[in-house]
Design a protein around this ligand. Structure first.
Ligand code: ADP
Length: 386
């Protein structure tokens, strides 16, 4: 079975596992848990599978194992609620701090290209905080600070990076939430975690909630895993409603979601004051690619014909993350030769990057962004059915 289909089968099992947990069906928990572990073991041994997908398998398996261990150690116990009725303690839930203690040491100057995205954040959130713009904002928008933005675009174009830079620029704390990880927890716990994120945010003077892979909570309604994901989506939508509309002066709340699959999103996410602002984060253009390449070559010895223009041309169609990875692999070529020389001849031989090194790496590197993917994004961006 193709790896992508197997992911979907596995997600179906996650949903069935969660349901078995909800109804406390120990046989189903053991049986489905074992199937999930078997699939994950097989898939993680597949050399062609991306590290990200393997990571997801591992995380979900860790959740299954944690669950099985706690179930064996301590089956759910009934406790008295404050109101005198019976309610269940949840051995699978531990409260955690969603907001990092440190503000990212990044700023808008660390963002390469994507001018439209920078401008949107500048106008929407950075400028309203500056005294010189106060009056003009008051005239058009009242005193409302904060925003809810959806960033979409191919993987590696800097969606996460831009939001971390925004947090740095605003000097505010950020919660980076991998939505797919949230879903991997058992029924009820994902919803509790979602409520915790928003409750913790409400305590802060300034904060950003970054919901990465938001598409993972928008399953096809007919699919097997839809019940669990719908419930988490509903909780998230409820938490988001009115969240940014704080009355406290100076309080700033920003929610940014990101997706590589915008066409999968539930329309409910785009309606009624939720993610009304949607921004496409494109691949770097010619000028941006030149900046990435210039930074990558800056301190590494290279031949005269390994120019910024040559590499920027060859890296057309690559995202920023891929460009950085390609440049790193290219620099590894002369490094490897140099190390071997030192081992053999006990001295450096002055190796540098050659055009042959660049071409070798470019031929073997698997670009995360395919032409097909790009066509789909361009169609979506223009509202053309694909
Ligand atoms: P995405 O969230 O779109 O998948 P990331 O933000 O995780 O992409 O990008 C991965 C890394 O690639 C970043 O940490 C950063 O080093 C680099 N990168 C990607 N795009 C940019 C950009 N526009 N400006 C600066 N760095 C970038």
């Amino acid at each position: 079975m193709a790896a992508a289909n197997m992911v979907s089968v596995f997600n179906g099992k996650v949903a069935r596992f969660n349901e078995a947990v909800r109804v406390k069906d120990a046989d189903a928990i053991a049986e489905i848990g074992a199937e999930m572990l078997r699939i994950a073991l097989e898939q993680c041994a597949n050399p062609n599978l991306s590290t990200t997908v393997k990571q997801t398998y591992r995380k979900q398996c860790a959740a299954v194992i944690d669950h099985l261990v706690s179930y064996v150690k301590q089956p759910p116990v009934a406790v008295r609620s404050a109101g005198g009725g019976e309610e269940e303690s949840d051995p699978y839930y531990t409260e955690r701090d969603w907001f990092s203690d440190d503000v990212p040491k990044l700023n808008f100057k660390d963002i390469i290209g994507v001018q439209e995205v920078k401008d949107a954040f500048m106008v929407d959130v950075v400028a309203p905080l500056r005294p010189e713009f106060k009056e003009v904002y008051h005239k058009f928008r009242g005193d409302q600070l904060g925003t809810q933005v959806l960033l979409y675009g191919p993987p590696g174009t800097g969606k996460t990076h831009v939001v971390k830079c925004l947090a740095g620029a605003l000097n505010c704390k950020i919660a980076v939430v991998q939505t797919s990880e949230l879903l991997a927890s058992v029924v009820g716990v994902a919803e509790k975690n979602t409520r915790d994120i928003f409750a913790q945010a409400a305590e802060l003077e300034r904060c950003i909630i970054f919901l990465d892979e938001i598409d993972s909570i928008c399953s096809d309604r007919s699919s097997e895993d839809s019940r669990h994901t719908r419930s988490v989506l509903t909780t998230m939508l409820t938490c988001m409603d009115g969240f940014i509309k704080t009355k406290k002066p100076g309080q700033l709340r920003i929610v940014v979601a990101a997706t590589n699959l915008p066409w999968k999103l539930d329309p409910a996410l785009k309606r009624g004051g939720r993610f009304e602002t949607q921004i496409y984060v494109p691949l770097p253009d010619w000028e941006a690619r030149k900046v990435f390449v210039a930074q990558g070559l800056e301190k590494v010895p290279h031949a005269a014909d390994v120019t910024v223009d040559y590499l920027a041309q060859r890296l057309d169609g690559y995202a920023g993350a891929d460009i950085r990875a390609v440049l790193k692999q290219i620099a590894n070529e002369p490094l490897r030769r140099e190390i071997l020389n030192i081992i053999k001849n006990k001295k450096e031989s002055g190796e540098f990057i050659t055009v042959a090194d660049c071409e070798k790496v470019l031929q073997s590197y698997i670009n995360s962004v395919t032409p097909e993917m790009l066509k789909r994004f361009q169609a979506y961006d223009r509202g053309i059915p694909y």
